[in-house]
Design a protein around this ligand. Structure first.
Ligand SMILES: [Zn+2]
Ligand SMILES: [Zn+2]
Length: 258
């Protein structure tokens, strides 16, 4: 009997749920927790995570550090507060939002989610994203995820951003759509590249699927795991606008600080 790809994936999920039942271990530190906790985080991690609930860039959502220079600027600044990157660059997306600052413990958590087969973390982290975006009251038509190259996705077994995006879409009552964006080329991971190299890397890496639906008058929420320079979500936003999207908002789990 031939098993379809979906059935194999479902079987894999069932097995992983049996081996790694969700809501038993803290998704950040791995300590035992009771299964009623909303994000599957222990008290200590809930407190230690660098939540992006302070000052953030009005455009991309990056956490803004309280530097001396920034304090001085506060006295003369008028208009929205922007990170260095957004002061000097324009973006194709309307606005970015993030849940936490990408420091070492958040990096470890994202790493576990992506590379340790912990697909079950998608729902928990997706719930964090959902709670971040609900109060923004955005008018949205579709939720999308930054796509992975099919070869990478098969290797990993899932696209971590897609898992979170599906949870967000469900919570918002908006359709999840993976029919538009495509990751065209297999490229090396970007975490060792500088901003210029990243830009060149992403420019040729993403595209629109053939015969993808037109997005006229659509307002889209694009989900990714981490926002670093923003080059990936910016390129995806450019493509979505090319496909006719009216507005693109970006929501990430974690973002670098500035
Ligand atoms: Zn913990
Ligand atoms: Zn910014």
């Amino acid at each position: 009997m031939k098993l379809s790809r979906d059935r194999i994936i479902n079987l894999g999920k069932l097995l992983s749920d049996l081996i790694f039942p969700s809501n038993i271990y803290c998704i950040c530190c791995g300590n035992l927790i009771d299964n009623s906790r909303i994000y599957a985080l222990c008290d200590q991690c809930l407190e230690s995570i660098h939540w992006a609930n302070g000052r953030t860039c009005a455009k991309c959502g990056k956490v803004l550090m309280e530097t001396e220079g920034r304090k001085l600027l506060d006295q003369i600044r008028s208009g929205p507060e922007l990170c260095d990157n957004c002061q000097n660059n324009t973006h194709y997306f309307e606005q970015g939002f993030t849940c936490m600052q990408y420091s070492s413990m958040e990096r470890e958590m994202v790493h576990r989610f992506k590379f340790n087969g912990c697909a079950y973390m998608g729902d928990k982290l997706g719930k964090i994203l959902l709670d971040r975006i609900l109060p923004e009251h955005l008018q949205l038509h579709l939720v999308m995820a930054v796509p992975m190259h099919p070869r990478n996705q098969v290797k990993r077994g899932y696209n971590q951003s897609e898992l979170m995006a599906k949870m967000v879409a469900k919570g918002l009552g908006v359709d999840y759509n993976n029919q538009v964006l495509v990751r065209k080329q297999y490229k090396a991971p970007m975490n060792k590249l500088n901003a210029e190299q990243r830009y060149a890397n992403v420019k040729s890496s993403y595209g629109l699927k053939q015969n993808s639906p037109k997005l006229e008058h659509q307002s889209i929420l694009l989900i990714d795991d981490v926002y670093t320079t923003g080059s990936t979500v910016d390129e995806c936003s450019r493509l979505l606008k090319e496909a006719g999207a009216e507005k693109v908002y970006v929501l990430t789990l974690a973002a670098g600080a500035n």
